[in-house]
Design a protein around this ligand. Structure first.
Ligand code: DNO
Length: 394
C-alpha cells in the first residue's frame, strides 16, 4: 500500500519536508480554508497540488470534501450545494486527484470524551467514556428524552458526575465533544463560537423526523447526483464509517455495520461508489468483525485508515496501539498487501508521546505518535512483501 499522511495544509506545523524524512509517499489533505459548501476552484487546487509536488510528494487523497449539512437533511439549498459539490469534483478530476473521502454523519463527526487518557507508560490516547457522554447528552445538552438511551446504572453514574464535576470540567467536556474534535474536520462549530451548545441544539433540530431510512434516501439522492461525474473523471468516492458505529444523540447513523455498507454500495452500484476502510471506527462496534469486513469490501475499498480500538464491557473504548486491539491490523495489512497493494493507506490517530504533548496538534494527529504507528505498519508491510517475494520464487 502507499504510505500516506493526513496533512492540514501550509499552516500545519508538521511540514512536508519532515514527512519526506519519515518515509511518507502520498499526502492526504483538503482545502481547509474553503467554507463548507463552496466550490473548490481550479486555482486553489492547482496551488496546493504544486506546493505538495515541490516537496517531492503528491496529493494522493482528498480528506474530506465535506458534504454540507443541508444535503444530509435535504434542506432547501440541497440541489445548489450538490451542484457545487459536483463542480469541485470536476475540478479535482481535471487536476488528476481521484480519491475523495467524505462522511455522511449528521451534525457530529467522530466522538470522543477524553483527549488525553493516560497510559501507564506516560503517554496518552483518545478515549470514549459512555457515562461522560451520557452526562453531556442528558445534563449539558439537555436533549429531551435522552435518558431513554441509557441504562439505570449509567444514569446513576450520571447523577454522581453531576455532583462531582466542577463548572470548568463541564465546560471542558463540551469543548472536547463538540468543539475541539469537530472544528478542524467539519465547519459546524468552531473554536470562536461562544455558545456551542445552543448552536449544536439548532443543528440537531434539522434532523427531527429523519430516521435511518430517511437519511439513507438522502444519501442515495446525493450519490445518484455525484457518481455520474465521478464516472466521467475516474474518481472514487469513499464513504467513511461512522465513529463510533452506533446511533447517538437521537440522530440516525447509517454507516455502522455490514448491513449498512452493503446498502450504500448497492444503492448506486458502481466502483466509483466506494469505501474508506477505517479499521478504527469499525472496530469500536462489537458487532463488527473487522478482518471479515476488510475481506468482504476489499474490491470496493479505495482508501484505508489503519487504527485500532479496545472496547470495554461497559461500552467505553480506548484507541489502542496499532499492534493490538480489535482492528487486527496485521491481518488487514496482510490481506490488503495481497489483494490491493495499490491502495493509499494512512495511519490514523496516534498517541501523544514524547514532546507531542504541548504542541497543540489537532486531537489524534500527533507527530511522534503517528510516526511510531507508521513505523509499526511499515514493518508489517515489509514482512508481507518479503513473504510474497519468497512465495513467488518457490
Ligand atoms: C477523524 C477522522 C474523521 C474523518 C472524516 C472523513 O479523525 O477520521 O473526521 O476524516 O469523517 O470525512
Amino acid at each position: 500500500m502507499e504510505k500516506t499522511w493526513r496533512w492540514f495544509g501550509k499552516n500545519d506545523q508538521i511540514t512536508l519536508s519532515m514527512l519526506r524524512q519519515i518515509g511518507v509517499e502520498g499526502i492526504v489533505t483538503a482545502l481547509h480554508d474553503v467554507p463548507n459548501g463552496e466550490v473548490w476552484s481550479r486555482q486553489q487546487i492547482a496551488g496546493l497540488k504544486a506546493y505538495i509536488e515541490q516537496a517531492g510528494l503528491h496529493w494522493s487523497v482528498v480528506e474530506s470534501l465535506p458534504v454540507s449539512e443541508e444535503i444530509k437533511y435535504a434542506g432547501p439549498r440541497r440541489d445548489v450545494l450538490i451542484e457545487n459539490y459536483k463542480t469541485s469534483l470536476r475540478h479535482l478530476g481535471e487536476a488528476g486527484i481521484r480519491t475523495v473521502c467524505y462522511n455522511f454523519m449528521p451534525v457530529i463527526d467522530w466522538i470522543r470524551t477524553d483527549l488525553e487518557h493516560p497510559w501507564a507508560d506516560g503517554g496518552s490516547s483518545l478515549y470514549f467514556d459512555r457515562v461522560r457522554f451520557a452526562y453531556f447528552d442528558c445534563r449539558l445538552l439537555e436533549r429531551p428524552g435522552a435518558e431513554a438511551d441509557y441504562t439505570p446504572e449509567e444514569l446513576e453514574q450520571v447523577e454522581i458526575l453531576d455532583r462531582t464535576l466542577s463548572q470548568a470540567e463541564k465546560e471542558a467536556l463540551v469543548d472536547v465533544i463538540i468543539v475541539k474534535t469537530q472544528g478542524f474536520v467539519n465547519g459546524n462549530i468552531s473554536e470562536e463560537d461562544r455558545h456551542p451548545v445552543a448552536l449544536f441544539r439548532k443543528l440537531l433540530a434539522h434532523y427531527r423526523g429523519i430516521d435511518r431510512q430517511g437519511l439513507r434516501e438522502n444519501l442515495r439522492y446525493f450519490l445518484e447526483a455525484v457518481i455520474p461525474v465521478c464516472k466521467e473523471y475516474g474518481i472514487h468516492m469513499c464513504i467513511h464509517p461512522d465513529d463510533p458505529p452506533c446511533q447517538v444523540l437521537g440522530l440516525p447513523r447509517i454507516v455502522t455495520s455490514q448491513e449498512d455498507i452493503d446498502w450504500i454500495l448497492q444503492a448506486v452500484d458502481s466502483p466509483c461508489n466506494g469505501l474508506t476502510f477505517c479499521a478504527g471506527s469499525l472496530s469500536a462496534g462489537l458487532h463488527n468483525d473487522v478482518p471479515a469486513l476488510a475481506r468482504h469490501y476489499a474490491s470496493r475499498t479505495h482508501f484505508v485508515h489503519l487504527r485500532s480500538t479496545e472496547v470495554f464491557s461497559n461500552g467505553d473504548f480506548i484507541e489502542a496501539s496499532h499492534l493490538g486491539g480489535r482492528g487486527h491490523l496485521v491481518e488487514l495489512v496482510r490481506m490488503f498487501e495481497q489483494q490491493r497493494p495499490d491502495l493509499p493507506m494512512r495511519v490514523d490517530h496516534g498517541r501523544l508521546i514524547l514532546d507531542d504533548v504541548d504542541k497543540g496538534y489537532n486531537p489524534g494527529y500527533s507527530f511522534h505518535g503517528r510516526m511510531l504507528a507508521l513505523a509499526q505498519v511499515e514493518g508489517m508491510m515489509a514482512v508481507m512483501r518479503d513473504e510474497k517475494t519468497k512465495r513467488t520464487k518457490v
